[in-house]
Design a protein around this ligand. Structure first.
Ligand SMILES: Nc1ncnc2c1ncn2[C@@H]1O[C@H](COP(=O)(O)OP(=O)(O)OP(=O)(O)O)[C@@H](O)[C@H]1O
Length: 269
């Protein structure tokens, strides 16, 4: 197959059910999407629409009942974990949940390099320092524990670790949702900077349509386990057709969406 056109990630007719013994809940319904190299693909939906379940399938925490999930053309469950998890990294909403409380930042940053035997020829402290520099944090932070850091610092460190091994795809599940608006903006600008340097693609999962619009190339809107609309133009206000997307636009209290809407109304109508 021609690797220049092959998507990095592809989901084909993916269905996921959760069984609780007596009943079965259909949580993902015929999901089709792809992410190309270097592309930012947004998944946006209200609570319960199935976004995190999708992320968990890609992290191989759950498995789909039907359909295919391919990474570089291979079913993800046929790829050795060692290879898959160097290429695909995840960033979740709560950095503390993935940061062992008794682990110092330096150890946390170096852990993937040790696990994947990628430390050869590198001086560990200098490597950890360089990773921290990439996310604009000072060396002194290497000796701190997670409870000695702010939410914004923690999420920067999580991004430093996730991008340290040069993955080709980053799965971000509400990665900036817990941060206040100013810190969120800083972390997103850092994300952009890291992406410019390393060129990874992302699947950016969020409930915030305006946030996805600000930097995703394609946005899939999910409702009740289905992709109900796919937006590509960069002007969601004029492009949105589905009532679910329109409700999200109307109820968005995000300032950037409100500003975009106001500008649109002033200039285009
Ligand atoms: N392990 C599970 N067992 C049974 N049902 C589950 C499980 N995980 C999720 N669900 C159900 O699947 C549906 C989708 O949940 P999911 O967490 O994927 O939605 P979401 O869009 O990420 O929501 P949120 O933004 O609130 O996290 C919900 O109805 C949820 O209750």
């Amino acid at each position: 197959m021609d690797n220049t056109t092959q998507p990095l990630l592809q989901l084909r007719d993916v269905d996921k059910y959760f069984d609780n013994g007596e009943t079965s809940k259909h949580v993902l319904k015929s999901i089709n999407l792809s992410v190309k190299s270097g592309e930012n693909v947004g998944i946006v939906g209200a609570s319960g629409s199935g976004k995190s379940t999708l992320a968990r399938l890609l992290c191989r925490i759950h498995q789909q009942e039907r359909g295919d999930i391919l990474f570089a053309g291979e079913p993800i469950d046929s790829i050795a974990a060692k290879h898959y998890f160097q290429q695909v990294q995840m960033v979740f909403q709560d950095p503390l949940a993935s940061f062992p409380p008794r682990m110092k930042v330096e150890q946390y940053l170096l852990e993937p390099f040790k696990n994947f035997k990628r430390l050869q020829g590198k001086e560990p402290h200098q490597l950890a320092k360089a990773l921290l520099e990439k996310v604009h944090l000072p060396e002194a932070i290497l000796q701190r524990y997670p409870n000695q850091l702010s939410g914004g610092q923690l999420q920067r460190i999580v991004f430093a670790r996730a991008t340290g091994l040069n993955p080709s795809l980053l799965i971000c599940d509400e990665a900036t949702s817990a941060l206040d608006a100013t810190i969120q903006k800083q972390v997103l600008s850092l994300f952009d900077e890291l992406q410019q340097q390393a060129g990874f693609a992302s699947l950016f999962i969020t409930h915030d349509l305006a946030l996805a619009e600000s930097f995703c190339d394609i946005i899939h809107v999910m409702e009740d386990g289905r992709i109900v609309e796919t937006l590509t133009s960069g002007n969601i206000v004029s492009e949105a057709q589905h009532p679910c997307t329109q409700r999200m636009i109307e109820s968005s209290c995000n300032l950037s969406a409100a500003v975009a809407l106001a500008q649109y109304v002033q200039t285009d109508r």
